[in-house]
Design a protein around this ligand. Sequence first.
Ligand SMILES: *Cc1c(COP(=O)(O)O)cnc(C)c1O
Length: 227
Amino acid sequence: MTTISTNLQAVRARIAAAADLAGRAADDIRLLAASKTLPPERLREAAQAGQCAFGENYVQEGLAKIAALEGLDLEWHFIGPLQSNKTRPVAEHFAWVHGIERLKIAERLSQARGAQRPPLQVCVQVNISGEASKSGVSPGETAALAHAVAVLPNLRLRGLMAIPEPTADTALARRRFAALRELRDALNKTGLALDTLSMGMSLDLEAAILEGATIVRVGTAIFGERA
Ligand SMILES: *Cc1c(COP(=O)(O)O)cnc(C)c1O
């Protein structure tokens, strides 16, 4: 067995244990392999070990891997910051975009996606820990953006995504993830139907699952430390 397949098994076991603790079905939590900076061979190893969804942060790098691994039937998620001049290739080659934080980007994605393909699945990114440097809209701005994105024709707004600052304080981590869940629940009372909470990474996936994560984005725990 390769290290990657061993690591994947360990991550799946962590997800199952956290789901169990939360009284949730492990199947309700999707594992997204965050594969930035890794060569396609490592992703292929993960795919051979049963991993089918990958998250990429950089457009050119992601496109190169999508081309290199064509035929493996993988699902590609764009999880990095997206500039408006890069929306077309992302709309054409990815299935999901997690980091929507401006209406203009969403509009361009919708236009580039077109009506012929299945809708692009998107999440609005929320800056839940309130850091000035972090991407994402503030909780107070989320409803306006979410409602504007939800009516764009070729996108399907699935939910919210957050990358809270890392903390060793698990109670604090849980409060932040809970805040994202509460925001999602509040939006669903205003006519939206959001089923996705994209939150939790290698160090805090348990806290995220306990607070309702439906997608955890995991890099280091699968592939090892990035160079
Ligand atoms: C790199 C990355 C991850 C995974 O982080 P790890 O700590 O390596 O698990 C998750 N989400 C995003 C947006 C990332 O860029």
